[in-house]
Design a binder for this molecule. Sequence first.
Ligand SMILES: [Zn+2]
Length: 503
Amino acid sequence: MSDGIRRIIAILVLVAGAALLWVTGNSSHSAEAANNEIRATVAANQELAAANDPRLKQAGRFEQGGWVYVHLEGDPATIGFQHGFLLAPEIEDAFPAVSANMMHNTQRDWAFFRQTAREMLWPKIDPEYQQELRGIAEGLHARTGSKLDVFDIVALNSFEEVPDYYVPWLNKQEKLAHAPNLKSPGNCSAFVATGSWTKDGQIVMAHNNWTNYMNGERWRIIFDIKPEHGFRVLMDGFPGVIASDDDFGINSNGMMATETTISQFEGWDPKGKPEFMRARKALQYAGSIDEYTKIMLDGNNGGYANDWLLGDRKTGEIAQLELGLKAYKLWRSKDGVFAGSNWARDPKVLKEDTPEFEPNNKETSPNARRVRWEQLLDEHRGKIDVALAQQMLGDHLDTFENKEDANERVLCGHVDASQRGVAIWAWGAAYPGGAVQGKAADSNMAKEMRLSARVGHPCGQDFLAKPFLDAHPDYAWQKPYLHDMKAGPWTEFRSGEVSSIAR
Ligand SMILES: [Zn+2]
């Protein structure tokens, strides 16, 4: 049994004991309060019994630097059960926030997302991942008695692809009058470099996640997964979701992968396989750039369309896979750098998949950041390492105005500080979104299954919810879900930390 589980049991025993004392010590309490206490005690006992489940034996969790690290190990159903059980508090916190955002933006109810999950996504999910998703619902239920079922979990897993890719496509198909203004998001700033660009000639990869702060403050899980089949995986991720989804990960066969989304992407294939499954599968099973590309292309549904930045530490080669739906392009290099900040560059992808994107408009966030990446990477050519990459992720130079300003046009985005918002993503004035955390790794770290990660803005600034909500009543609907997003320190994690500290 891991220390994490022991701690949980110890806390539960204390809670149950305190509840019992309270019940026996207060003769004047109401019958309702007594019932609540009894229910809490029963639930605590259930949780205690569940914590002894043999499926949890190989798993564990700890918290460090603002991150929650979980080690998951076993067959797919077991990995899912461990995920649902160990991250139950985080899933129960994240689910209401994510689902509220999905419903608010699309003006569709939760039944719609469950139906989409059940009828369109589920039949296209490989049995291995179906078992893992069922396991998450089961583990969650075992811990908290949660009523969320596997289709709620699948809908949660689709939060990056269904609301902003499928729904706008569907609205168009249905010729919906007054359809909400939905745009594919601009998520993330990232690069991968190799050869003469880096200090040691090996690969350096870095990424900061851009999203709304409501989701972003919860994107603080480090998953160390030892699956029954495929390679061992170390990645950041979101509670309840089987893919990294922002994405940043490495596997034990030398693959390093990250991405940034393609702004103003349009298109969806209802017969395709969910992106969240293909992304997880690629990280778990690909041992080369070719294999990674093949898995991402197999059943491409157009969801969460990204420019994938890849590295293979075995060969020192890097690649950029610009994965449109109608078109795609793969560039590769053993001596180069690929950066991403939500723009497409292949003429065919631009024409067929992002017809409205203006690559030459220097004022927009993707293009302003593109210029900044070119400046920074050129300036540091031959010196790039993880420490420099961490600094770059926190950069605040706005190339359009040519001045330091933490706004929507800088690599470390602070859209809440901009009255312009980001219209091409349908982010309004002072939209509470931007860079929410960062990660970096190099070939040596990948070889040892290590990565460096920081929660909150990579520059180290805190976002505080109350003053923001007081100043911006337009976002009052987020009040139940939006919390402070405080920056943590850069923290290193490695595969196997739980087994070494807890057993
Ligand atoms: Zn910043």
